[in-house]
Design a protein around this ligand. Structure first.
Ligand code: AMP
Length: 473
């Protein structure tokens, strides 16, 4: 972590004070390298990935030059996935907390078009969205980019991987020529270089190490022979390290379900994330994992795209990733800016060639370590600290986090410190509540009113991937 404080930058005091209140004191390497040219108005290509602090790098760039007096779209951030777009929008909102009246709007697929069009009519300063949906809005003229001053391509390599090249280029064509363009990408393949050449003007290149240094991510490798040993090894590692939040990466949907079922049968609190979940179940799974109502998430690589959960303590590679870049991408989910994490990977003799490639990439020899002692298997897994309440009312019903917090902590209610993350979707809201306070919280919310109305409320306890499976049979 770099030692340059944000105060060395030419930023307004309202942005600086807010950074201090967020606990961002020193810049991360990517911020240190990219912010000076970004603030000077130059086009910048920054090679760095999720976890490096890239969102704050471009977010501060956008906010520094934003003119809130003009209610016009001044910045557009394109992201590969809905989850990432939502996260980026939220991070920009957090960064903008000290600046009055900044309107940030997320426009991604999977959400009703019409509601988005209505929000656009009210005006916005910063749009964060996925290419497909942004194109839809441009086509229907619900979105116009004539006043744009900054365009950000976030996770550009992922956007291309997901087939968004044409959309991105089409969108770029509809923005003013005299704009600042910022491109963030974990890798910098030829295809990206070609796009950069077409859409950027004399870009400044910045790069931070693509592999995390070993002080922030501890990597461990263990030799296993078959899936039986893998399952046992996952349990041993979870029982030994007792991480609060762990993602177990695997290769197929089937595998994700099997691992989740096995862990569950041994008392772990686990959810699975894979491509067969519908949008609602996917949202719920991510909400419950990120608000600490489930401690293990078993995910396929495809399903985990764009997944960015703060303070992941550990990543387990059930099977080693198909290539070295994917491995680094997976383990990059732990050891976020400034905190440390552990990555545990299982390797078998059959995967020797992948291990050899990984050794080259990481520049180190990989040797299997001993797994924790078997006696740990008799111990009881951690229970997650929180549980999630589902409220059948959301943005459409104008439910806001403050309403939920107010209803929970009012007379005879629970303590504010027992309330965790609140996530509000279009017609649903989720609030994490400390395990010991769930009963009272449920009663307060079911009997009380939000926005003068009563909503149905229940505790989310099932596991959606299993009910999906049933519905297919
Ligand atoms: P990102 O790479 O944008 O996904 O950011 C990773 C995480 O680091 C986010 O949770 C940010 O809130 C956090 N973060 C970003 N910049 C800083 C900083 N300078 N100091 C501490 N945390 C940071």
């Amino acid at each position: 972590m770099s030692q340059q404080p944000f105060s060395t930058l030419k930023l307004d005091s309202e942005l600086l004070d807010n950074l201090a209140s967020l606990g961002y004191e020193f810049m991360t390497p990517i911020q240190e390298q990219s912010l000076p040219p970004i603030l000077a108005g130059q086009d910048v290509i920054a090679q760095g990935k999720t976890g490096s602090g890239k969102t704050a790098a471009f977010g501060l760039g956008l906010l520094a030059k934003l003119d809130t007096a003009k209610l016009q779209i001044q910045s557009l951030v394109l992201c590969p996935t809905r989850e990432l777009a939502d996260q980026v929008a939220n991070e920009i909102r957090r960064l903008a907390r000290g600046v009055p009246n900044v309107k940030v709007l997320a426009l991604s697929g999977g959400k009703p078009f019409r509601t988005q069009a209505e929000s656009l009519e009210f005006g916005a300063h910063i749009i964060v969205g996925t290419p497909g949906r942004i194109e839809d809005h441009l086509r229907k003229e619900t979105l116009k980019l004539g006043s744009l001053t900054t365009l950000v391509l976030d996770e550009a390599d992922r956007m291309l991987e997901m087939g968004f090249q044409e959309s991105v280029e089409n969108i770029v064509r509809q923005t003013p020529k005299a704009r600042q363009t910022l491109l963030f990408s974990a890798t910098y393949p030829e295809q990206i270089q070609a796009i950069a050449k077409r859409v950027m003007v004399k870009p400044i290149m910045t790069k931070v190490e693509s592999t995390h240094d070993s002080t922030t991510i501890e990597q461990h490798f263990y030799k296993v022979e078959d899936d039986q040993q893998r399952l046992r090894a996952v349990r041993l590692l979870l029982l030994k390290h007792r991480p609060e939040s762990t993602v177990v990466f695997c290769n197929t949907k089937r595998e994700a379900q099997d691992i989740a079922t096995d862990l569950r049968s041994h008392g772990f609190s686990v959810l699975a994330l894979h491509g067969d979940l519908d949008q609602r179940d996917r949202d719920q799974t991510l909400v419950r994992f990120s608000n600490k109502s489930a401690s293990v998430l078993v995910a396929t690589d495809v399903a985990a795209r764009g997944l960015d959960i703060d303070s992941l303590d550990a990543v387990i590679n059930y099977h080693i990733a198909r290539d070295a870049e994917m491995h680094v991408h997976r383990i990059g989910r732990t050891g976020r800016a400034g905190s440390s994490g552990k990555a545990h990977s299982f390797i078998s003799d059959k995967e020797g060639y992948k291990v050899a490639l990984l050794q080259d990439y990481l520049g180190r020899t990989i040797e299997g370590e001993a797994l924790p002692q078997a006696s740990l298997l008799n111990e009881t897994p951690n229970k997650p600290e929180m549980e999630t309440l589902l409220i059948e009312g959301g943005k459409k019903q104008k439910v806001r986090p403050g309403d939920i917090l107010g209803a929970l902590t009012g007379e005879y209610g629970i303590e504010g410190t027992q309330v965790g993350k609140i996530d509000i979707f279009d017609i649903r809201a989720y609030v994490a509540v400390h395990r010991d306070a769930v009963k009272t919280a449920l009663k307060k919310l079911s009997e009380g009113k939000l926005k003068g109305r009563s909503f149905r409320v229940r505790v989310l306890r099932g596991h959606p991937e299993a009910s999906q499976k049933r519905s297919y049979n």
